[in-house]
Design a protein around this ligand. Structure first.
Ligand code: FES
Length: 150
């Protein structure tokens, strides 16, 4: 006895095609995600060597502000009055962003408790390396960051 009637063949064929299309629709985003992981898209912006960030009079003394330089956080500190310093805001322990506390004039990392002094030197671990200094200067009246080599 035959297991399929002539009427079931088109139906089975249709279901097989439907299953193939459905499998393809499921697989496409997976392949897309894997291919983007293996071959990431090119960066849209080219790295800059210097960046004018804000007018110097916008940051009061004993305050700090975080800006981005080439996608990396940089913390700019106005202390003592009239002097600006810039450091990488990425904690050297595991990369959390540090914050400035004017109460003790230190940079604190809230992830694991590291503390850095105003020059970026480690005061309390677990971080062991200092915050990376970034060159900062006043250009006209604007605070400007630079990673250019002297
Ligand atoms: S990431 Fe800053 S202390 Fe761990």
């Amino acid at each position: 006895m035959m297991d399929s009637s002539p009427q079931l063949k088109p139906r089975r064929s249709f279901l097989a095609h439907l299953l193939a299309v459905w499998s393809g629709l499921i697989a496409m985003p997976i392949f897309y995600g894997v291919s983007r992981f293996i071959y990431p898209p090119p960066r849209r912006s080219t790295p800059v060597e210097s960046l004018t960030v804000f007018p110097a009079n916008e940051l009061p003394p004993n305050m700090a502000r975080i800006v981005r330089l080439n996608r990396k956080p940089v913390i700019i500190l106005h202390s003592p009055p009239g002097q600006f310093r810039a450091l990488s805001a990425s904690c050297t322990h595991l990369g959390c962003t540090v914050e400035y506390k004017s109460a003790d004039n230190m940079f604190h990392c809230n992830c694991h408790g590291s503390i850095f002094d105003a020059n970026g030197k480690v005061v309390k671990g677990p971080a062991v390396l200092p915050l990376e200094p970034i060159r900062v200067f006043i250009k006209n009246t604007d605070v400007t960051l630079s990673i250019e080599k002297d």
